[in-house]
Design a protein around this ligand. Structure first.
Ligand SMILES: [Mg+2]
Length: 236
């Protein structure tokens, strides 16, 4: 079973038990980014993943070290991820790359946050992960954070290929997997302003995580998960 099929299977299984309706707000689906959103950026995991990307490009793809930072910046801006640039221009082995860059001892970086767990568990909306990483990484991160059972499905980079966040097509696919047809019933929570901005452009509401000011890139900002329910009610 491919990761994409796996995601479809999980959401169908969830819906077999009945669609969840939200009595407090108009939102029925919340998409959560994974890295640097469900855990704080200061733990350093995302930085370690970026180092693994550099290593992969240098050691496996033999790209000269001095060209790597410029190339990564270019691909990130042009395509949304380094991976999409390597796929389009260097014929990278996508699954090998994803496995390599995420091969890190997660327990050295992540610890469960019981308060976050109870806040997420209290939400009456359906919850999905929407990440530019892959399902195996998301599964490992969610297991390390003790959050896996709270999410109906994982929309990963393979699910939305050849797109990725922040491309509008990727949001269409994520909504289809969630079983949503109306973007105004969806919220995207992400630590990157370009993602929260893109979510707004497709008609979703969005919350910028890790900031105190949304600056027009999102409907709200969130730096403390305890504020989430109040923010959702406010922007609803
Ligand atoms: Mg992120």
């Amino acid at each position: 079973m491919t990761p994409a099929n796996c995601a479809f299977f999980q959401i169908e299984a969830q819906f077999a038990g009945g669609v969840l309706y939200n009595r407090l707000m108009r939102f029925t689906t919340i998409f959560f980014d994974l890295d640097d959103t469900l855990y704080p950026s200061h733990v350093g995991l995302w930085g370690a993943i970026k180092n693994r990307m550099n290593e992969y490009m240098s050691e496996r793809m033999k790209i000269p070290v001095e060209e790597i930072p410029k190339l990564r910046e270019k691909y990130y801006l042009q395509y949304g991820t380094t991976l999409h640039g390597l796929r389009n221009h260097h014929n990278v082995d996508v699954q090998d790359y994803l496995a390599y860059v995420h091969d890190l001892p997660l327990d050295n970086y992540l610890t469960p946050d019981p308060a976050l767990r109870s806040i997420l568990a209290s939400l009456p909306t359906r919850k999905l992960i929407f990440t530019n990483a892959d399902v195996p990484h998301a599964e490992r991160v969610l297991a390390a954070l003790n959050l896996r059972d709270l999410f109906a499905a994982i929309v990963d980079v393979n699910t939305v290929m050849p797109y990725c966040k922040p491309m509008p097509e990727s949001f269409d696919i994520a909504m289809r997997i969630a079983g949503e047809t109306d973007p105004s019933r969806c919220v995207m929570i992400d630590d990157l302003p370009r993602t929260t901005r893109a979510a707004k452009q497709v008609g979703m509401s969005s919350i910028l995580y890790g900031e105190t000011l949304a600056n027009g890139d999102a409907d709200a900002s969130l730096s403390d998960w305890n504020e989430l329910v109040g923010i959702l009610e406010k922007i609803s």
